[in-house]
Design a protein around this ligand. Sequence first.
Ligand code: NAD
Ligand code: DAU
Length: 354
Amino acid sequence: MILVTGGAGFIGSNFVLQWLAAQDEPVVNLDKLTYAGNLRNLDQLRGDARHVFVRGDIDDAELVARLLREHQPRAVLNFAAESHVDRSILGPAEFVRTNIHGTFNLLQAARAHWSGLSDEAKRRFRFLQVSTDEVYGSLAAGDAPFRETTAYAPNSPYAASKAAADHMVRAYHHTYGLPTLTTNCSNNYGPFQFPEKLIPLVILNALAGKAIPVYGDGKNVRDWLHVDDHCGGVRKVLEAGRPGEVYNIGGSSEKNNLEVVQTLCAVLDELRPAAKPYASLITYVKDRPGHDRRYAIDASKMRRELGWQPAENFAGGLRRTVSWYLAHAEWALSVTSGEYQKWVSANYQERGAA
Ligand code: NAD
Ligand code: DAU
């Protein structure tokens, strides 16, 4: 079996669902269920003995050691993290604790567990760190996309915490020989994404007739990848990636934020027409401090070494995503009550759009 952390979050839950749809190898899913974790994402697995859910913290040394001892997973995949850049700007401490110390704790436990395995089991064991393209910093228009060899230059507390964790993963391979793998992926979108992130936030605000907040001039560029393709890439890396290596995963689908927002509005105009075009809700608001201008990924190593490439294009994936949010209004309602409203006022009020 495998141990997945953060498997009740956006990417983690999509990964667990995809994994168990493709094979029977069980999953132990360790998740703290922060505001971003939601067991409803895993409803389809209720009563499925192949999925063992454990509520807990990756930074809990005793718990992680016990899970490794009891379940003897052949791999640990670390999706758990504080993942929202704006939250890291307003409150970085939790990012340091979970993303840096939590990953360190997992590495320590994995190393202790791995050291006691037979030679064959040791050879097969993997520790896979799910990381981000944000560790590479910001590109100017015309710069070459990030490669695995691009120097780290993280700019936000979130990116810095992920970068620190990646360095620890690298060190555990280099120093102790732990068979690690690291993936650095671009912006994901798809079902179950918490509506603090751009795409679901725009969909839900538009449907509620609220302002659609665009930071700065709306010209910041992101490379978008459907979450199914990211999860497929992680599975490939786990299966065939070389220990100690880093793999960049991306969609070769660069869009500026305004293009993304306008496309979402056009799809909504078609699928759920309202009295006025949704684009009339677009509101420019104060920029994110230190806002990275552009991310782009060179995923040629994934293609060359592992035969991976995305199956979904942005237009099709975005349409599918809008349809999913339209069909899952109840899910959206369940995650946007209480705490979420507090976040919306904290982040958007002083930007003039709450
Ligand atoms: P998310 O915020 O939706 O989910 C994170 C999950 O981790 C939640 O279920 C939360 O409860 C859990 N968690 C948080 N702290 C924990 C802790 N201390 N112990 C155990 N569980 C904890 O995040 P996501 O967007 O699904 O991202 C998953 C991973 O992928 C993160 O490591 C992120 O850095 C990385 N990533 C995300 C993107 C993206 O576009 N969303 C792109 C590249 C990489
Ligand atoms: O690149 C990978 C990263 O992508 C992941 O590591 C992060 O976990 C994930 O959150 C994402 O980070 P971004 O900061 O790029 O995503 P976000 O959805 O927050 O913002 C996307 C872009 O849209 C960014 O340029 C900021 C802008 N934006 C965002 C929000 C929430 C707006 O213009 N308005 C908004 O209200």
